[in-house]
Design a binder for this molecule. Structure first.
Ligand code: NAP
Length: 500
């Protein structure tokens, strides 16, 4: 990486990454490789191994051995915390490097990538505390002759499938918590964004994680991912991705060993803006909520539901804000909106922008493809004259496309917000506390923001209502998700015999 100039540049040659097994990187050898082009620059940046079925089986066997030999699960919480804290420290020292590879493979702005990796340091620190404080329960209301003890046990081998939109952040919203619970892991990142997961593997080993506790297989979802879903020796699977693949995850679990599942799926998230909001703040928040990570964000606020009396003016304010956001080379520090991550996603977003117009909605700004001489970019699109049944208002686009729907009463706003199969996230903007609280209590979403959006920290759990998923990640709930409960009933003293 060229660090001498203000704007970093892609590597002259793509970097080779091995997959990760038993605490060490395994080079491709005679296996096929996948070459990843940077979506912001159109040049090859990484080469990943296409793992075989045998590689996947070896990774699961490695995680199984590491779980069964109790080299991790039997450590004290304090010892596990020490390794998680050391990981945080090592990661902090490598923030720039991790952000660089994240940006190259994903296309997100480097400043944003750096902030995300910085946030991941906090995830490891917080989970270290949870490793120490995780505990069971006891019942001494059983009379003098007995005692009930409830323990929290790790689940075992956890398969972890992550998507390409936040390859490192989503990974770190899970890994520290899974490890804090005493489990071992086989991670399968998206084939197009595997680099930073492999860098984390190196860091964990350097921090002292026993060999085999964290393994990474690379390759496509349809091959190596599907085999991980179906593996009989995987006890739990945490999947983050599309609702369609989520369904395949549930089916695979049912067909095989009923592995426990954690699912974080799609969203079509409302931003509800009342006329009494600070409209300047709200316009900035709504613009951020749809354009952050080029809208390739499961929690992006893609449905603006705004009080009719201010709808037209407010739509204009949002459009003006978005027009000012800087679209540019993801490696440029000043870029706010980077590249669209994959060719397929680029086509999907452009397809929806066309479809919205064909369905009769009015594109009031954006939607074009700025020509930066390299890479693929889309200016955030804002649509008015939208009806709730249009595809752009109902389907998850996973891109910078905002639909504006006006409302007249709070009840109508709540009902419009809930008129979706999803329930991942929602925001309300109002200076009236009764309005804000009523909406926050009645909108069905796993994450809710009041007078802000896309905010949070390691303490707050993540997850969806309705078809947006099962279970929770992060926070105390996140670590509990990766444990199972054992109840122990202990008799004290002489048994009262059944057969006298
Ligand atoms: P995706 O196609 O479902 O892929 C997600 C992950 O699953 C990738 O690692 C993918 O690998 C893998 N995969 C694909 N097919 C598979 C199969 N048959 N068996 C096992 N694994 C398989 O989704 P995506 O396009 O990457 O991400 C976009 C979707 O994810 C959106 O719907 C978005 O809302 C959702 N998402 C949700 C959250 C959340 O927290 N709720 C966060 C981020 C994204 P390959 O990429 O290598 O094929």
């Amino acid at each position: 990486m060229d660090q001498s100039s203000t704007i970093l540049t892609p590597p002259a040659e793509p970097r080779d990454f091995g997959f990760y097994l038993e605490g060490a990187s395994v080079p491709a050898g005679s296996r096929e490789v996948f070459v990843r082009n940077s979506p912001g620059h159109g040049v090859p940046v990484t080469r990943m191994v296409k793992c075989t079925d045998d590689d996947l089986d070896a990774a699961v066997a490695s995680a199984r051995r590491a779980f069964d030999d109790r080299s991790w699960s039997a450590l004290t919480g304090a010892d596990r915390a020490t390794i998680l804290l050391r990981t945080a420290e090592l990661l902090r020292a490598r923030i720039d490097e991790v952000a660089y590879w994240e940006t190259l493979e994903n296309g997100k702005p480097i400043a944003q990538a750096r902030a995300e990796v910085g946030g991941c340091v906090g995830m490891f620190e917080y989970a270290a505390g949870l490793a120490r404080s995780l505990h069971g329960d006891s019942f001494n209301n059983t009379g003098d002759g007995a005692l009930g003890v409830v323990t929290r046990e790790p689940i075992g081998v956890v398969g972890l499938i992550t998507p390409w939109n936040f390859p490192f952040l989503i990974l770190c919203e899970r890994v520290p918590y899974i490890l804090a619970g005493g489990n071992t892991i086989v991670a399968k990142p998206s084939e197009v964004t595997s680099a930073t997961t492999l860098i984390l593997a190196e860091i964990l080993t350097e921090a002292g994680l026993p060999a085999g506790v964290f393994n990474v297989v690379t390759g496509s979802g349809r091959t190596v991912g599907q085999r991980l879903l179906e593996h009989m020796d995987v006890d739990m699977l945490s999947f983050t991705g599309s609702t369609a693949v989520g369904r395949a995850v549930v089916e695979a679990s049912g067909r095989t060993n009923f592995k426990k599942l954690g699912l974080e799926l799609g969203g079509k998230n409302p931003q509800i803006v009342f006329a009494d909001a600070d409209l300047e703040d709200a316009a900035d928040g709504v613009a951020f909520g749809i354009a952050f990570n080029t809208g390739q964000c499961c929690v992006s606020g893609s449905r603006l539901i705004v009080e009719r009396s201010v709808a037209e003016d407010f739509g204009r304010m949002v459009a003006e804000k978005l027009a000012k956001a800087k679209i540019g080379d993801p490696l440029d520090e000043s870029t706010q909106i980077g590249a669209i991550t994959t060719d397929a996603q680029n086509e999907t977003i452009l397809g929806y922008i066309e479809k919205g117009q064909a369905e009769g909605a009015t594109l009031i700004s954006g939607g074009a493809q700025p020509d930066l001489g390299k890479g693929q970019y889309i200016a955030p699109a804002v649509f008015t004259d939208v009806t709730p049944n249009m595809a752009i208002a109902r389907e998850e686009i996973f891109g910078p496309v905002l639909t504006i729907l006006p409302f007249d009463t709070m009840e109508e706003a709540i009902s419009m917000a809930n008129d979706t199969e999803y329930g991942l996230a929602a925001s309300v903007w109002s200076k009236n506390i009764d309005t804000a609280l009523t909406v926050s209590r009645q909108v069905q979403a796993g994450r809710f923001w009041v007078n802000t959006t896309l905010a949070g920290g390691p303490e707050l759990p993540i997850g969806g209502f309705k078809q947006s998923g099962w279970g929770r990640e992060a926070g105390i709930y996140g670590v509990e998700e990766y444990t199972q409960i054992k109840s122990v009933f202990i008799e004290i003293g002489k048994r009262d015999h059944w057969i006298k």
